[in-house]
Write a protein that binds this ligand. Sequence first.
Ligand code: DGY
Length: 326
Amino acid sequence: MKVFITKKIPETGMKMLEEAGMDIILPESQDLTRYEWLEYCRDADAVLNVGSRFRYDRAFFERCPDIQAIALYSVGFDHVDVWEASRRNIPVGNTPDVLSRATSDVAFLLMQSVARRASYNFEKVRAGNWTDFDPMHALGQELYGKTLGIFGLGRIGFEMALKAQRAFDMKIVYHNRHRNEKSEKLLDAQYVSFDELLEVSDVLSVHASFSPDHRGIFNRSVFERMKPGAIFINTARGGFHQQEDLYEALVSGQIWGAGLDVTDPEPMLPDDPLLQHSRVCILPHIGSATREARNGMARIAALNIIAYSQGEIMPYCVNPEIYSRR
Ligand code: DGY
């Protein structure tokens, strides 16, 4: 089976695919144009996609009618029209679990960086502005006993909540489309409405999987309803927040700080005013960027491709219902 891998993945996965006898196509360029990407896809049976730069939408499926399977090197699948893939009986695999700890580590890191103004203070040191001890300057806030609101208590949200609870004895509240009673019990977490989540969270951390109806839900009117002094963390997808509104909410003092591992657009524009704000910490989408998580993702993406090639169900499939139709 001809497998187009859009960007080289860690050796673990490459080796598994080679040993399974896959005919691997790797592009020479690490920075494909849309045209080049489509040309490679047109020539392949399956694609192992790295990153979310290219959209697997209806136009893609129409232009690449021979693609039989898509294995994503990501847990998020918002860049794939899963409905269209399912309509065409094309399985779509993702890489859950293996990156939950790494991604929640970044949410936890951002929460602390913002609370203690680490980026701002580091910039000061770097710029040679390490001034004399000042009892009133650049004060942060402590997290002990505060309330962490999780928007999307799935695997990553759970890991974030667990860390916050163990480290700072934070009280956990959450809002989901559906209640997660198992995690609720383990964390002694309380399910709340979206409005209540805004009202009671000292830190609000976004962990839901992104879908089009989520676009910009953290906007001006939502930031206005958040607890004054709150910290907003987003490690899920930049599309969840309205970036200009977030900046306004920070400047007006409606919320206190923000930590982002995801922005809209990505990469972030260098002149985005958020970058100048002293209670903001921004990272370039590094949630899963550990050797352990990336190796795990490579292994799972390879497993998905290999299972498909052997006529089996992808072990990590986002549209498993297609198999019952076969
Ligand atoms: C994921 O796995 O979805 C990460 O955000 C990387 O894209």
